[in-house]
Design a protein around this ligand. Sequence first.
Ligand SMILES: [Zn+2]
Length: 169
Amino acid sequence: MQLTDNQRVTQVSDNQQVTTMSNLHKIDQSNIISLITNMDEKNLNGGAFTIRSKRTGKDYTFKISHKPFNGFNYLHTKVETEYMNFRYMGYYREGQIMRRDKQTKQLKVVDTPASTAISWFIRMIKAGNFDILRNGVDIFHIGKCLKCGKPLTDSTSIEYGIGPICRNK
Ligand SMILES: [Zn+2]
């Protein structure tokens, strides 16, 4: 079932709970692991997913993408701040989200609740701590392909969170 945008939008007064839970499709974490661990993945371009803490119920919606720079493929992260509006946080490096300050040109650790959540998530996946992940969070997609961001239409794609073209790459 395709949900219209009207069904998805909630009133947004702050940075939390931007996307309603009702439109989210719960997925097994295995569907997202290869996107993060395969750094040669060239087609990862900002598919969105929601991570909800089982303990606190707090959730964030993220987008991740791979971009090569100087021969190295960086994993970039964005967080949803308003409905389908994503703010760049930084790239993943050595367990943290890093970003170069535009003024001072210095590399800084991005230390916000959202960056802490996504860096923990990536760390757990890279370390293979899948039980900790499974016990700690639920993962959802928002009806769009985790890899390329295009709308998912058939039931198999919705189950996996990845469209037919991206599944076969
Ligand atoms: Zn796709």
